[in-house]
Design a protein around this ligand. Structure first.
Ligand code: NAD
Ligand code: GLY
Length: 367
């Protein structure tokens, strides 16, 4: 199955299927013929998928393979710079291509290296986590973290293609699967009434799709998520408006991640908590009409519960929200639901309301 991210001259295909990883070589050799490349991955994927990567290395013309250390805490300028060192030592040039094989961390870092090497070369995403399949591999946001906040240093740089083989999910740890599920679930709040209903009906099937080995369910879910994301990115590539909707739950999530030092709580786990917080805030401040509360309560109670690494300090989490890129001129902005499948960007939320939400939603989750 193929979708397109429509960006005029920079449009690109997203292929979604199962059992297609091996076919990437011939795709590459057909579409990027004669162009040198470097594969960027991480140590965990390199170890699980050693035979695949070896075959890829040979099939793509004995290309270098750069292995990043594994984890969000390594999403740093230093490790990004090491990718550039590999590209330079391998004497790649302006026509070369970076192939990102991994989750969101690998994809964001490899994409950012491709954005900067020789002022920008092509790159292709082969996402291996659910989060990367439903979200980060598409849309061209590339970045590394800074101690002051997540993804603070980066660039918009669209991939040239995205190659999704959902079979990679068979080796993904359950906790990481749940983290990706959060980013899939967020589309229920912004992808229209039909997507909201689809998630209400299918949340359980999607959760169990890997263990029950029902690839069609996963392909359908990824297709829907990417379809919604592609449409939004096609209208607002640089997040001057509508694209901010994709950050549903993320003002809470980024603050939680920062509060816990990017350790102990995965990005998707923080998003999962953030989804519930956004719905609660919309109820408290009146953004979500009462008529919808029952439906929203039903959908949010189906979310997997995440236990926090340690007891939260609500005031510090509130303070961390101001480091978020969505805070404009020091004022917080939230993406809040207004109806099933529909959200809006909301400013002017008071500190008391936010603290009230944090106390209610985080109290239940402390370890
Ligand atoms: P991740 O890249 O850290 O991967 C999660 C873990 O799963 C890692 O330990 C990784 O080694 C392992 N892994 C990956 N694929 C595997 C597989 N098939 N089998 C076994 N293990 C596997 O985390 P993630 O959740 O994929 O991505 C999170 C990152 O994505 C964050 O840095 C976040 O900021 C970023 N992100 C970016 C965007 C965007 O639009 N660019 C959107 C959402 C999130
Ligand atoms: N994940 C948010 C975005 O791509 O805009």
């Amino acid at each position: 199955m193929q979708l397109t991210v429509d960006l005029a001259g920079r449009s690109y295909p997203v292929y979604i299927d199962s059992g297609t990883a091996a076919g990437f070589q011939s795709y590459y050799n057909e579409h990027f013929a004669g162009r040198r490349c470097a594969v960027v991955t991480n140590t965990t994927i390199a170890s699980i998928y050693a035979p695949y990567i070896n075959a890829l290395k040979t099939g793509l013309g004995d290309c270098p393979v750069h292995e990043l250390p594994d984890g969000e805490k390594y999403k740093t300028v230093e490790n990004w710079s090491a990718i550039l060192d590999t590209l330079v030592s391998a004497r790649l040039d302006r026509s070369s291509v970076v192939v990102a094989l991994g989750g969101g961390v690998v994809g964001d870092m490899a994409g950012f290296a491709a954005a900067c090497f020789m002022r920008g070369i092509d790159y292709v995403q082969i996402p291996t986590t659910l989060l990367a399949m439903v979200d980060s591999s598409v849309g061209g946001k590339t970045a590394v973290d800074h101690p002051s906040g997540k993804n603070m240093i980066g660039a918009f740089h669209q991939p040239s293609a995205v190659w999704i083989d959902i079979d990679f999910l068979k080796t993904l740890p359950w906790r990481e699967y749940i983290a990706g599920y959060a980013e899939a679930f967020k589309y229920a709040f912004l992808g229209g009434r039909e997507m909201f209903s689809y998630m209400m009906i299918n949340w359980d099937n999607i959760l169990s799709a890997v263990t029950k080995d029902t690839p069609a369910t996963l392909i359908e879910c990824v297709k829907r998520c990417i379809g919604i994301k592609a449409a939004i990115v096609g209208q607002d590539e640089r997040e001057t408006g509508k694209r901010a909707l994709l950050n549903f739950g993320h003002t809470f999530a980024h603050a939680l991640e920062q509060y816990y030092g990017f350790e102990g709580l995965l990005h998707g786990e923080a998003v999962l908590i953030g989804l519930g917080c956004a719905v609660e805030l919309a109820k408290i401040n009146g953004t979500l009409p009462k008529a919808h509360w029952v439906e929203f309560d039903r959908i949010t109670t189906s979310l997997p519960q995440i236990t926090l690494p340690s007891a939260p300090d609500y005031n510090k989490i509130y303070a961390a929200m101001f480091a978020d890129k969505k805070a404009k001129s020091g004022a917080l902005r939230f993406i809040l639901p207004v109806a099933p499948g529909e959200s809006a960007i909301v400013g002017g939320v008071g500190e008391m309301e936010i603290l009230q939400v944090l106390e209610k939603k985080l109290e239940l989750r402390s370890a």
